[in-house]
Design a protein. Structure first.
Length: 292
């Protein structure tokens, strides 16, 4: 055995590094093809209508308008996820159905985690800021209206005998069953949050209370996606963000340092790399839907 081979065998990390690099290169979403959506072909802006952010619409910058705006951006990623599933479902080939199911279940996980985190954390904190336990009354009712359909969506995908049994038409039927209350709620919640700026107990601008309330929104916003899943929900979220909307106002949202964002997509996303071909965006820009 020559000296070079002995050195490599004695230091297995030297063998592992090129193998790991090779796996990363072949699995990373970085290599995913990205074509601008063709005119006349379905994209992820329908059937759910995307939300105009309150900050773009009104120019206001108070803490509740800002909080509602960031929530709208998150909701739009969820909407693009829904739309990308709905539009592609009838066209997915048998060979891709396993990956499509993984993508669709990640959307469900994203929505369910988002809902649970709002109910358990954000809503109670905002109630405390305003000293008002009634501000979310309608929101709770809206949640209840779409949750059964959301549960049916998950149950259908999880109880398929095999991936090839997936029916795009049936999945669309289930999605359509809760589409109206789902869409209405995600729009309504943005208006509800923005309107809190006019609440009698809203913190005065530049006050310590306003700073504390703003921190509540920022802290919740930073944690709500990552706690849902770094290897699935985070890449799903980032690969359904369109930074070109509203004159590019949100091109750098969320405010994550570029190397970290790159790693979340291309390193974290490598674990389920085959799922992301169904995403609506790449690099913050719309991409042609894979299956249509």
């Amino acid at each position: 055995m020559n000296e070079e081979r002995r050195r490599l065998l004695n230091r297995p990390i030297l063998l592992a590094i090129p193998i790991l690099v090779g796996l990363f290169i072949t699995r990373s979403p970085l290599l995913m093809t990205s074509t601008t959506p063709a005119a006349g072909r379905p994209w992820a802006d329908a059937p759910l209508t995307l939300i105009t952010t309150p900050q773009y619409e009104t120019g206001a910058t108070d803490l509740f308008t800002t909080g509602a705006t960031h929530m709208a951006l998150l909701h739009n990623a969820i909407f693009r996820g829904y739309n990308s599933i709905y539009q592609q479902a009838p066209h997915v080939k048998d060979v891709d159905k396993y990956d499509f199911i993984g993508y669709a279940l990640t959307w469900h996980k994203f929505v369910k985690s988002h809902h649970d985190d709002e109910e358990a954390s954000l809503f109670t904190k905002v109630e405390d800021v305003l000293g008002d336990k009634t501000i979310w009354d309608e929101t709770h009712k809206e949640h209840a209206a779409f949750l059964p359909g959301l549960a049916e969506f998950e149950a259908y995908l999880r109880t398929l005998r095999s991936a090839k049994d997936l029916s795009g038409a049936e999945l669309q039927r289930i999605m359509s069953s809760f589409q109206a209350p789902f869409e209405a709620h995600f729009h309504s919640e943005i208006a509800t949050i923005a309107a809190l700026a006019n609440h009698a107990n809203a913190p005065k601008p530049d006050s310590p209370e306003a700073a504390e309330a703003s921190l509540t929104f920022k802290t919740w916003g930073k944690s709500t996606v990552t706690k849902a899943g770094t290897l699935d929900v985070v890449p799903f979220f980032l690969l359904n963000l369109d930074g070109t909307v509203e004159d590019g106002m949100w091109a750098n949202w969320p405010p994550i340092p570029a190397p970290i964002k790159w790693g979340l997509v291309n390193i974290g996303g490598a674990y389920h790399n085959r799922w992301w071909k169904f995403s609506s965006c790449a690099g913050g820009k719309p991409r042609q839907l894979y299956a249509v």
